[in-house]
Design a protein around this ligand. Structure first.
Ligand code: AMP
Length: 322
């Protein structure tokens, strides 16, 4: 695997592949690679002739200076992991290479960026994400770029920008890779103390509780969100937001019609974590008993309790790829 730091070196590396009609896959990351990132690299390896992993902690998408400063950086280890997962090129540019003096252009996606993460972190967050991903796509000009469903709203923003700007790239999304206990892998997990790591299980617990209730026939967003919030309480974690949204627009939905995304963010100690899961409506909606507030009828509640011990999508994957 070749480590390159400048756009011209990157282009030189990829020129021959492009001229030879080979396909190029791009995996943008901020480093501190884990099995979630490596699942993207592995898919790129399966599907493309040349695989580029980028390593760039993008300052413009951080809304908190402290978060940027303590973000884990481990380039040496990342290079080994990327090479082992099959990357051909690791592009690790400096901030000055990506944002040279005089840099003045940004990419701003309207609508979806105003909700949830955009509302919580401010407009500069998704402006930073859309700008840097567009730049990375222009630098590497891949045929396919790979992203994780873990950052579901980011994925929608990137799809929107790529479509609106007619970028000639296919955006491919992969499922969230989780620890065996359900915690979504995240570079920020490394910053959790042992106690905080245990508290962080509030996030998958909330997703499982809502999924179980949806599976038992509940369709009211209010009831599903209440179940998610209640499941977090034993962990003493207060969500920043818990929302049931349309997976394409991130507009809130009041009723689960077919599928919706349950998205949540919470601070555990100093570390801000996000997670999400798809909720699918059960074929038969719940018709008996109170729709919200006082809890599920006994059978549905028992079913929901049973279902809430079922794994979330991706939980098994971490075991395979660990
Ligand atoms: P990051 O380094 O956090 O910017 O993430 C780089 C890419 O890896 C993004 O497309 C993320 O959505 C993806 N990613 C992060 N965590 C996971 C995970 N647990 N499972 C799958 N993909 C992930």
């Amino acid at each position: 695997m070749k480590l390159v730091r400048t756009v011209s070196e990157l282009r030189a590396q990829l020129d021959a592949a492009r001229r030879g009609g080979l396909t190029i896959g791009l995996v943008p990351t901020m480093g501190a690679l884990h099995a979630g990132h490596l699942s993207l690299v592995a898919r790129a390896r399966e599907q493309c002739d040349a695989v580029v992993v980028t390593l760039f902690v993008n300052p413009s998408q951080f809304d908190e200076r402290a978060d940027l400063e303590r973000y884990p950086r481990r380039e040496g280890e990342d290079a080994e992991l990327a090479a082992r997962a099959g990357a051909d090129v690791l592009f690790a540019p400096s901030v000055a290479e990506v944002y040279p003096p005089g840099f003045a252009t940004t990419v701003e996606v309207a609508g979806v960026t105003e909700r949830l993460e955009g509302a919580a972190r401010g407009a500069e967050h998704f402006r930073g994400v859309a700008t840097v991903v567009t730049k990375l796509l222009c630098m590497a000009m891949p045929d396919v770029a790979y992203f994780g469903q873990k950052d579901a709203q980011q994925l929608v923003v990137i799809r929107r920008a790529a479509a609106d700007l007619n970028l000639p790239v296919r955006i491919e999304a992969l499922p969230t890779v989780r620890e065996p206990d359900g915690l979504a892998l995240s570079s920020r997990n490394a910053l959790l103390s042992a106690d905080e790591r245990a508290q962080a299980l509030a996030l998958p617990a909330a997703l499982r509780a809502a999924q179980a209730l949806a599976g038992a026939g509940e369709r009211s967003a209010r009831a599903l969100l209440q179940a998610a919030r209640e499941a977090m309480r034993p962990f003493a974690v207060e969500p920043e937001y818990v929302a049931l949204v349309d997976p394409d627009t991130f507009e809130p939905v009041a009723e689960l019609a077919r599928e919706a995304l349950l998205a949540l963010a919470a601070r555990v100690g100093e570390v801000r974590l996000i997670d999400n899961a798809t909720l699918s409506a059960a074929r038969e909606p719940r018709t008996q008993g109170p729709r919200e507030g006082a809890g599920a009828p006994a059978a549905a509640a028992a079913q929901a309790r049973h279902d809430s011990t079922q794994p979330l999508e991706g939980e098994a994957m971490a075991i395979c790829s660990a």
